[in-house]
Write a protein that binds this ligand. Structure first.
Ligand code: TRP
Length: 364
């Protein structure tokens, strides 16, 4: 069986380093591993509209931002097919058929949806499109017969629900769809990178994100004002790692080789952590070290972005081609789905013949 990747992001803002360590970095590695037969990366505008129906302009503006982030991180259109969800209407049609296989109760039990409903304060007034987006996501994944879905940890319930839909479909209509597997970061801290303020999640509204497109200076300022240990007042005080965002980021970004380059006092992160906990290591030194690592990682991305920003029409052309390829692929699956459901009336010569016979008999 061929190995196929599908994944994507909602274009509700520029991508930040949480997206990067959570999924983007991995996608580029998977792309370059050469192990996958096909790779589809989708800008999920239709899904973004499920809770931004009143603000389509926000989605419209951010499509290019996400595309720029993708390309500047190293996604290569020659290897990965980049496309826009709403330009593949077959996905909507698949979703409509899958809706019959899922109950409202099941949707309301989806932990990610549950949290999001709370966060957005929908109460009892949940937009139907929002509640059902896991079904639409199952359509996205199955349309491409994806075997592998590299995502952040918060997406696991979506993949689980997709697998259920696949099993239900295949059981009801015969083997047609492929059950995907989620691929989440191996490094636990990368699953949920906190905001620079130490809050659980990076979010634009909290203003606690470091964006892939931030300038060198902005990154430095954000790193130097990061949340650490509020009780670590004097350098000689023992410091705590618990909830200390700077050390969490180091867990996500730091490799031993960084110490040789930027902080030769220590051989590795464990030594640095031990010193911090003992007392005698100041926050500024740790932050400067983190800043050096972040700049090293982000500089090439930023440089590529600056170039790509001069090629906007070409990027739209890449997306347009990607949409065509994606559409052809999704149309094939939709044909198979309709055949399995036996709603492919005009292609079904046997149906026409049998019914002709039936009615001919009745007339006699
Ligand atoms: N839910 C994803 C997000 O919030 C975006 C998405 C839509 C997606 N369809 C998908 C991810 C299919 C993986 C597979 O970013």
């Amino acid at each position: 069986m061929s190995k196929i990747i599908l994944t994507g992001d909602r274009p509700t803002g520029k991508l930040h380093i949480g997206h990067y360590v959570g999924s983007l970095r991995r996608r580029v590695e998977l792309q370059n591993s050469g192990e996958y037969d096909k790779i589809f990366i989708m800008i999920a505008d239709a899904q973004a509209l499920t809770d931004n129906a009143d603000n389509p302009d926000k989605i419209r503006e951010n499509i290019i931002e996400v595309a720029l982030d993708y390309l500047s991180c190293g996604l290569d259109p020659a290897k990965s097919n980049l496309f826009i969800q709403s330009m593949v209407p077959e996905l909507t049609e698949l979703c409509f058929y899958y809706m019959n296989l899922v109950t409202e109760a099941r949707l309301k039990r989806n932990p990610t949806v549950k949290t999001e409903i709370q966060m957005r304060g929908f109460g009892e007034s949940i937009p139907v499109g929002f509640l059902t987006y896991p079904i639409s996501q199952a359509a996205d994944i199955t349309a491409f017969k994806a075997t592998t879905v590299p995502v952040g940890e918060d997406q696991l319930p979506m993949i689980e629900q997709c697998r259920e839909i696949v099993r239900k479909f295949n059981f009801t209509y015969g083997d047609t769809l492929v059950e995907p597997e989620a691929l989440i970061p191996q490094n636990q801290v990368c699953c949920r990178l906190p905001g620079t303020d130490g809050k659980a999640k990076m979010s634009k509204s909290l203003g606690n994100c470091i964006y892939l497109s931030d300038s060198e200076e902005v990154v430095r300022n954000k790193v130097m004002s990061m949340f650490t240990d509020p009780n670590h007042l004097k350098i000689t005080d023992p410091g705590s790692l618990e909830g200390n965002a700077v050390f969490t980021y180091l867990d996500a970004f730091c490799k031993d080789e960084h110490f040789e380059r930027y902080c030769p006092d220590y051989a590795n992160l464990d030594e640095m952590k031990a010193h911090y906990q003992r007392g005698g290591l100041g926050d500024v030194k740790v932050k400067k070290f983190l800043n050096a690592i972040m700049q090293e990682e982000l500089a090439p991305i930023r440089a590529r972005r600056a170039q790509l920003e001069q090629q906007i029409p070409e990027i739209y052309e890449i997306l347009k081609k990607g949409c065509e390829v994606a559409r052809a692929e999704a149309a094939k699956t939709l044909d198979e789905v309709k055949a399995a459901m036996r709603i492919n009336y005009f292609d079904d010569e046997e149906l026409i013949r049998a019914q002709a016979e039936k009615f001919a008999k009745k007339d006699n």
